[in-house]
Design a protein. Structure first.
Length: 201
């Protein structure tokens, strides 16, 4: 099989996953139990789970601190992002760390569609394969009105999005934004950012 054929297969699979994800999210109307059951049915057939390992991990983190949810480096997929977006207790979270996962644009979209993230003040989305499509969704969301700090470094983005996000006016409290081109080293992950006053940080 040629590389072109492999790439087309991956593209088709991604499209199918996105369609399944959005179908589950909207048909269940955001009900966490229904989302979990629908995902289990799609992925595991007739096998049943009382709770997922992902759910247990979220619960443990929120038990430690209901206002801080650190899910960095957990390989979170768009499907798990849909589950997270309706998780009980997410509405109390003020600091949400999702760096180094696999959200992509699809996972970001379902998360931003959730009213449960309206109290988030600090959001870390570094290294999540987010592209221009995800940024367009971010620029239009109405669920991050309390967001003050946003980190988007190490994604497939250019610095022009700094101005675009500010121009949209959907993030009225945003005071610190970090964004740069895609990098591969840990050193680059600590690259320059900018606050909305124009100062380098």
């Amino acid at each position: 099989m040629s590389s072109d054929e492999i790439n087309q297969d991956e593209y088709d699979q991604d499209a199918n996953n996105k369609e399944m994800l959005l179908d589950i999210f909207y048909k269940t109307k955001g009900n966490i139990d229904d989302i979990n059951a629908a995902i289990d049915k799609k992925l595991f057939g007739k096998q049943k789970r009382s709770s997922t390992l992902f759910e247990k991990y979220i619960r443990a983190r929120l038990t430690l601190n209901p206002k801080v949810l650190n899910l960095a480096g957990q390989e979170i997929t768009p499907i798990e992002a849909a589950y997270l977006s309706q998780y009980p207790g997410l509405e109390k979270v003020e600091k949400l760390d999702l760096r180094k996962n696999r959200l992509g644009d699809e996972g970001l979209e379902v998360l931003l569609n959730s009213e449960k993230i309206r109290n988030v003040q600090e959001l870390d989305l570094r290294n999540n394969q987010i592209t221009r499509q995800g940024m367009l969704i971010l620029s239009k969301t109405e669920n991050l009105l309390n967001l003050q700090r946003l980190d988007l470094r190490v994604n497939k983005l250019g610095k022009r999005w700094e101005g675009k996000l500010k121009e949209q006016g959907q993030l009225p409290k945003l005071s610190q934004l970090r964004i740069c081109l895609l990098y591969t080293s840990d050193a680059a992950d600590e690259g320059l950012g900018v606050d909305l006053g124009g100062r380098r940080i």
